[in-house]
Design a protein around this ligand. Structure first.
Ligand code: HPA
Ligand code: MG
Length: 178
């Protein structure tokens, strides 16, 4: 338990455990016979994970490029809810091996949208890597190809993830216990 900004935060995944998971995921990606690799980090929550995974892929002998997207989801939980692109990638994904990188897979609505978008744009492969999977929250049929941890149903912060813009700087993933 640590105390930051007057809140108590209980560690769920330490910086060391996260580093181990990131190395394992990079190894899994390297073993999958990757093509022309393009990581697409989903802002903001995935910026730390994307940076670490990018460097772990280098350590695994690969030469990925990186892009970022920002998506917003309206009417979450309702059928026909809409996903909007707030910021798009800057280069073509045609013929490339795209891996969408996100902090948490919950309902799956935005990642399903992004995966299908990359395929519509001609990506050769459109895969998903997430640090945390909250499977109990799923609202659509989708699974990630690479998962760091199966996460219990807590609201988590740190390692890029926030509550009200706070706690992104923490090097571990924790939950706010008040
Ligand atoms: N933490 C931070 N941001 C989030 C979460 C969470 O658990 N779920 C959806 N956005
Ligand atoms: Mg957030």
């Amino acid at each position: 338990m640590i105390h930051v900004r007057g809140r108590s935060i209980e560690t769920l995944y330490s910086a060391q455990e996260i580093a181990g998971a990131v190395r394992r995921l990079a190894g899994e990606i390297a073993a999958s016979g990757p093509g022309d690799l393009l990581l697409v980090g989903i802002l903001k929550g995935a910026f730390v994970f994307t940076a670490d995974l990018l460097r772990a892929l280098h350590e695994a002998g690969l030469s990925p490029e990186v892009e970022f997207m920002s998506l917003s989801s309206y009417g979450a939980g309702t059928e026909g809810g809409e996903v909007r692109i707030l910021r798009d990638v800057e280069q073509s994904v045609a013929g490339r091996h795209v891996i969408l990188v996100d902090d948490i897979l919950e309902s799956g609505r935005t990642l399903k949208f992004a995966r299908e978008l990359m395929l519509e744009r001609g990506a050769a492969r459109s895969q998903i890597a997430v640090l945390l999977d909250k499977a109990m929250r799923r609202k659509t049929e989708i699974e990630a190809d690479y998962v760091g941890f199966s996460c219990p149903d807590h609201f988590v912060v740190g390692y890029g993830m926030d509550v009200g813009h706070a706690f992104r700087e923490l090097p571990f993933v924790g939950r706010v216990v008040e």
